[in-house]
Structures are given as C-alpha cells and as structure tokens.
Design a protein around this ligand. Sequence first.
Ligand SMILES: Cc1cc2nc3c(=O)[nH]c(=O)nc-3n(C[C@H](O)[C@H](O)[C@H](O)COP(=O)(O)O)c2cc1C
Length: 387
Amino acid sequence: MLSRRALLVTGGASILVLGGGYASLSAMSNIAPAREPWRQATRGFGDVRFNAAAYAILAPSPHNLQPWMIQMEGEDSLTLFCDLTRRLPETDPPDRQTTIGLGAFLELLRQAAAEQGHRLEITPFPDGEPGDRLDERPIAHVRFIEDDSTERDLLFGHALRRRTARLKFDPGRPVPSDRLAALMKISTARPGLDTIRVDGSSETGMVSWLKDICKRAWEIELRKPETCHESSYLTRIGAKQINANPDGIFLAGQMMEVYRMSGMLTQENMDTIGSPAWEATLSMYNGLIDSAPTFVWFSTPGNSRTEQLDSGAVWIRLQLAASAVGVGFQPLSQVLEEYSEMAGPFAEIHKRFGVSLPGRVQGLFRLGYAGGQGPAPRWPLESRIIT
Ligand SMILES: Cc1cc2nc3c(=O)[nH]c(=O)nc-3n(C[C@H](O)[C@H](O)[C@H](O)COP(=O)(O)O)c2cc1C
C-alpha cells in the first residue's frame, strides 16, 4: 500500500522508497520489452514470409488480443488460423471484430510482401466460411509469388507509425474536408474493396449525435457485468503486467505504477461497478469521445466472413492513411456490438446511417489532432508461429 511507502519527488524525478530499497519510477514503468516486436519488424528474417509476418503482427486487433496464428507450409505458403482462446465472447459474441483484426493482419502482410517484390495469392476460408462463431478451420491460405511487377503500396511506409489514439483531440480542429475525402478514398483504393461504403462527417449536428450515442453505448458496456468483467481482466496495469502479457488494454506510465502500487487501480476495482476505478474508466473514455471533432464509418452490403476480412483491410488502410497525414484515429466499437443490451443503439445507428441488415456498419472512428504516442505492446513473432 502507498501508505507504507513514501513517494518522493526530487528535482522532477519520482522515486519510490520500497521497504528501504529505491526504484526509479521511470525504470519501473519501462515497457520497452513489450514494444520490441516493433523494432524486430525491420530486422529481416531471411524468408519473405517471416519478414512480412513480422509486420503483420503489428496490425490492430480488438483489445489487442492478436488472435493470429501462422503455420508455414512448403517453401512459399502459409496458413492463417485464429487462436480461438483470443476472442471476446462477451463484447464480440459473433467474433466479427476478431475477424476484422485478422483481415487487417492479411492486408499488412500483403503490403509488406509487396515491399519485397512478392504478390500474395490469398484464399479466404479455404475449408469453408465459419458460421455463428469462428472455428478451427483456417482463416486464409496465402501463397507468396515473386513478381517484379508487384506494385508497392505507399501506405506501408506508415506501418511503424500507426497508432490507435488514446488521447484527447483538439475539439476545435476538425479534419479538413478535402483531407477527409482523400483518406476515405484511399481506404478502398485496392481491388476487391469497392463494395465497401466509407462515410465521414465533421458537421456539428452529426458529430454531437455520434458523441451522444457512443457515450450511451460505452456506459451500457461498462454497466453490464459480463462485458465489464471481460475488459477489466484484459487490462494490464503497469510495466510488470504489460511486459509479462504484451496484449490487452495497457495502462502504462509513472502514474499508473503509483495507482497500481497504492491499490487504487486493480482489475478487481475496475470490475466493481460504481467504484472510483470504474468511474474513472467511464469518464476517461467519455472524455476521449467528447473531444472528437470528426467521425468516419464504413459499411458492407452484407456481413459475410469474407466481408469482415475485407473490412479489416479498409480499417488499416484508413488508419495508415490517417497516420501519413498526422491525423489521430480511434475506433469506438461499442455501439456496433451484437448483444441484447446494445440492440437499441445498434439499431439507431444503422438506421441513421441508412444501412439495413444484413448490411453492417463494420467500423466507427473518431478522428482529430493530438500529440504523439508510443506503440502498443505485441507478442513476439515466434510466439505466433505454429511449429
Ligand atoms: C475490430 C476492432 C475493434 C476495436 N475497437 C476499439 C474500441 O472500441 N476502442 C478502442 O480504443 N480501440 C479499439 N480497437 C483498437 C485496438 O484496441 C488496438 O488495435 C490495439 O489495442 C493495439 O493498438 P494499436 O492499434 O495502437 O497497435 C479496435 C481494434 C479492432 C481491430
């Protein structure tokens, strides 16, 4: 408990006195090991498939669960599987968001391979599309074909700078409309993505309506014991937890170390509806939503598994394009989630966006301008390879 420890602030550097021992807070909060895969990606592994996969594991995924597992085959192929233990049964009952993450992985794999003069032949769901939930069958079979005429994707140049923004944006600085139009256009500018409709708005009425529905949805998610529990126990608080499990929702930095050591911030507290830690979680995310000057969303005509994979490609293309021009990007997925308590807001947003089922709004994002941020943790490539 913090009461048994003195917190000294000396010349700007915080030092915790722990039972007579000293530990600098900055050393204690170091999460460099969890970020190592971002450095490793540039290393080169002597095989185009590993080289490309080292970038693909940097793709976004729901709660950063990194559900991808890769099996290398022969000299030129790999099969992508979903690690079925890395899904979110409460917040993502049909595994739709998990599948989108796997689609983002495939798009980054494609871009990284193109960078090395290889074209990918991707066969989605070679043993058939899964039904209500993903299953053990492969997500995709991928063949790498050396081809000098393969066009490089300029978005790839931003792969190492892509971040999911967890900072407040300047609410008075919307993304200029010509820039927004360019971002939306580039997100589907790849063969196979032309049926996906991308929209966006900085118009005051639409933005305030979206903020309101996103905050309502967030509160529904946080007040439902099962969904709150799922996210609370996937939160890694402080460097020790983050480096041991480089996935989930990460809370890093010196203040987080202090909160964790004081017992103010624990998974149990976050999971206790109405507790100070729970209230802080609610208002922190509401603050992010409230700072949004611009929103973007996209929808598919149906909701097949292949459309979900394609949605992952549009998702990361949009995010890479935003990174390229210094625009911050954060998904706000709660209102799109498929459980009964969310049915009202889910129906409202689909109606407002003119999307009727089986069509689906697959992604909703706030965009804006904020400061920089470090990369999120990742499991190393070798842990994602099936041997
Ligand atoms: C399908 C999907 C849904 C997501 N939903 C949210 C969300 O609602 N809120 C949020 O802050 N991040 C969301 N994320 C972002 C992930 O949390 C993020 O990708 C992960 O933590 C890794 O961080 P990075 O994108 O900065 O590498 C989502 C990502 C995906 C692929």
